[in-house]
Design a protein around this ligand. Structure first.
Ligand SMILES: Cc1cc2nc3c(=O)[nH]c(=O)nc-3n(C[C@H](O)[C@H](O)[C@H](O)COP(=O)(O)O)c2cc1C
Length: 212
């Protein structure tokens, strides 16, 4: 397939308008199954080291499970609040949307049982491949006007138990990310942390270290 200028523009505008969405923006509307399938399918088309496709997904719709995950977030965030105690805004930040989102997805990495082509010198390549799958999900969700948020203020060990992995599965899988997904009332034009002046957006010049 040969792509044209309008495809490129659409792709770039999806990339640029993707946002991390938290609980202050999710609305009460179900994500249809066929759309969820498309989001997962796009994750499953990500590149992976040695074509290992090491990503695995757990979809969480159950309120009880969400509540338990939220409890762990609260606990972990109370610890984080102490670390950022000098910041005026940290404790006012909404840093998750666990309960407000229609669904949550845990993305896991299946640790290999044999050597993987390309992963012999750098052992984390499988985990990086899983992050590629996550980015595919994030962009595809945005193309359906569905918001997605990454919630990392959680204890992976606890999350794996709460989402129902058996002891063997907990040893076999590493939690890479925990996400909330749902329709939103609006997408911000800029990252929330930029709007709140927590961080500035870096220019291309600032991120290119060297160009020889
Ligand atoms: C690995 C990773 C972990 C993140 N964890 C959190 C989190 O725990 N809570 C949160 O509110 N945002 C989290 N974010 C979202 C970032 O804050 C967000 O991507 C960044 O501020 C830029 O905003 P944007 O995604 O809307 O462009 C995470 C993002 C990444 C890539």
């Amino acid at each position: 397939m040969k792509f044209e200028q309008d495809h490129r523009e659409t792709l770039f505008s999806i990339i640029k308008s993707r946002r991390d969405v938290r609980g202050n923006r999710f609305i009460d509307k179900k994500i249809p199954k066929d759309i969820l399938n498309k989001i997962l399918l796009s994750a499953n088309h990500a590149p992976s080291v040695g074509f290992s496709q090491p990503w695995r997904f757990v979809i969480i719709e159950n309120k009880k499970t969400k509540n338990q995950i939220f409890k762990d977030f609260k606990k972990e965030n109370n610890k984080a609040k102490k670390i950022f105690k000098d910041s005026k805004i940290y404790s006012s930040l909404k840093l998750e949307g666990i309960k407000e989102a229609d669904l949550n997805i845990a993305v896991l990495y299946k640790k290999p049982k044999k050597d993987i082509l390309g992963q012999t010198s750098q052992r984390k390549m499988g985990e990086y491949s899983t992050v590629c799958a996550i980015q595919n999900m994030w962009l595809t969700a945005r193309s359906f006007n569905i918001g997605m948020g990454w919630i990392s203020i959680l204890k992976p060990k606890k999350v794996k138990k709460i989402i129902g992995l058996t002891k063997t599965q907990r040893d076999e899988y590493k939690l890479i990310g925990y996400f909330s997904l749902g329709y939103v009332d609006k997408f911000y034009e800029k990252p929330e942390l930029e709007k709140l002046k927590w961080e500035n957006k870096k220019s291309l010049n600032e991120v290119i270290l060297n160009w020889e």
